[in-house]
Design a protein around this ligand. Structure first.
Ligand SMILES: [Zn+2]
Length: 325
């Protein structure tokens, strides 16, 4: 069974230590996040994760996009919408994705760009690749303060414009080698989002996309899972370790034509699970959705965990998969 991550990893930036780095720092071109990205990728590959991310080490899921998309800014760490949202003229995450792939390939040459995740209706068990991640248009707009152009009580227009902008970024990520695109939409479980607009926005990104599309929604999805499964995505990814009620909700759904990303590691605690715990949860998932329809990952991003806990948890997930076979 394939494993992945939701995306973020502890960002351990480093001061320049080598002479080369010190010279770069003096010239103003030292990138403190490069080593954090490399560590995040190395840990994922060493833990045995099949579909890796670049670790999203450069900032939280909102600011990474809000500071680059025309019409948006970040002020006092708050994303704001000041004008009409337009597509970027340059990629946001493509160079990190390429660096992540290069880092992975140094450890395992099995990692390749644009790998086929699904063969027919099944996951390709030999898959080793990378995903491109964008924060969902609904989540990004609902987390931003609207100070211009869009009426505050009419957020739909901003969400649709943002979907168009993110579609362009998705194209860049795909060209950079992403085998899968993931949209992070945690706001869809909060009850604050308009589902019809959210679905339309994801549909804009999905249109003509020729790699599998996954949508990550953390939180309690019991009331919205039926709606989420109607979105134009191949994989719906939710947290099942930290929120057992989500598993009951899953039992009641029609899962035809959808794959499930089964969050099987609790990312809200540093405690590393016992292998049996993870294995039991995976077995319950298999009973509901079937082995061929599942990919495993931690519940959510691991940004807030210590590196030790994050790495141990990824290894634990892989160990549970080994016990399974
Ligand atoms: Zn999440």
């Amino acid at each position: 069974m394939l494993t992945t991550v939701v995306g973020s990893y502890p960002a351990l930036t480093q001061e320049p230590s080598s002479l080369n780095d010190k010279i770069s720092a003096f010239m103003g071109s030292y990138d403190p996040y490069q080593s954090a990205l490399e560590l995040a990728v190395q840990d994922q590959v060493k833990a045995g994760v099949d579909l890796i991310s670049d670790g999203q080490v450069r900032g939280d899921m909102l600011e990474i996009f809000a500071r680059s998309i025309p019409g948006m800014v970040v002020e006092d760490r708050t994303p704001k919408i000041l004008g009409k949202i337009r597509p970027t003229t340059h990629p946001i995450g493509a160079s990190d994705l390429m660096l992540a792939m290069k880092t992975a390939q140094k450890i395992s040459p099995d990692f390749k760009n644009r790998q086929q995740l699904l063969s027919g209706n099944k996951f390709n068990e030999k898959f080793k690749g990378i995903k491109g991640i964008v924060t969902g248009p609904t989540t990004l707009v609902l987390s931003s303060r609207i100070e211009g152009f869009y009426k505050k009580d009419k957020k739909e227009k901003a969400i649709i414009d943002l979907a168009e902008a993110l579609k362009k970024e998705v194209g860049y990520l795909k060209d950079a080698g992403a085998s899968v695109i993931q949209i992070d939409e945690p706001f869809l479980s909060t009850g604050m989002a308009d589902m019809a607009t959210a679905k339309k926005a994801v549909g804009i990104i999905a249109k003509d996309l020729d790699v599998p599309l996954s949508m990550h929604v953390c939180g309690d999805v019991a009331d919205v899972l039926g709606d989420l499964l109607k979105f134009e995505v191949d994989i719906v990814d939710c947290e099942f370790a930290g929120i057992p009620a989500n598993l009951d909700a899953l039992k009641k759904q029609n899962l035809e034509n959808k794959k499930i990303g089964l969050g099987c590691i609790d990312t809200k605690t540093e405690r590393v699970e016992e292998t049996e715990e993870v294995l039991n949860l995976i077995k319950m998932g298999i009973e509901i959705v079937g082995e061929d329809n599942m990919i495993l990952d931690p519940d959510c991003g691991m940004r807030k965990l210590s590196r030790d806990a994050a790495f141990s948890k990824l290894k634990k997930m892989k160990e549970a998969v080994k016990w399974l076979s």
